[in-house]
Design a protein. Structure first.
Ligand SMILES: Cc1cc2nc3c(=O)[nH]c(=O)nc-3n(C[C@H](O)[C@H](O)[C@H](O)COP(=O)(O)OP(=O)(O)OC[C@H]3O[C@@H](n4cnc5c(N)ncnc54)[C@H](O)[C@@H]3O)c2cc1C
Length: 114
């Protein structure tokens, strides 16, 4: 809450007027109201992945060709299948997973390459 209060910057220079937008949060909130605002407005920037990870052990959800263990005909193809947490941004690896999935599906169903 201290950081939220400290982060309230007022741009007062007259020349800044055209660039001034609406405040991101109402700075006049008091303790309980500010706490409620933070509760409602806060989000995470975590890059969730590996929640349905690929592997061979008992906790793994998908196998090598992205087939979900124990369910015929279902594959998972998103950041959830990453076997370990990536140390990089996760969007590009997710696109690679999607493209690899397209290849697997084309091969499995005898479709022409794209
Ligand atoms: C704030 C933020 C910033 C990020 N910035 C970057 C960045 O700068 N560079 C980078 O590389 N990565 C970034 N990422 C990570 C990147 O966005 C993700 O790694 C990537 O989008 C993961 O793709 P995904 O397909 O696994 O999941 P998502 O992109 O989340 O796609 C999941 C989709 O499934 C849909 N869905 C969910 N549940 C259901 C359901 N039950 N039925 C039907 N549809 C459903 C959702 O609506 C969504 O469209 C950022 C992530 C966040 C949260």
């Amino acid at each position: 809450m201290l950081a939220m209060r400290a982060g309230t910057v007022k741009v007062v220079a007259p020349d800044a007027h055209p660039f001034r937008a609406q405040p991101l949060f109402p700075g006049s909130l008091k303790h309980a109201t500010l706490r409620a605002f933070i509760h409602d407005a806060a989000g995470t920037c975590f890059h969730q992945s590996g929640t349905a990870r690929m592997g061979r052990d008992a906790d793994a959800v998908v196998a090598g060709a992205l087939r979900v263990h124990g369910l015929a005909g279902l594959r998972a193809a998103d950041a959830s299948v990453m076997p370990t947490l990536a140390r990089c941004n996760t969007m590009a690896p997710t696109v690679v997973i999607a493209e690899r999935t397209a290849e697997l599906l084309r091969a499995a169903h005898g479709l022409a390459g794209g």
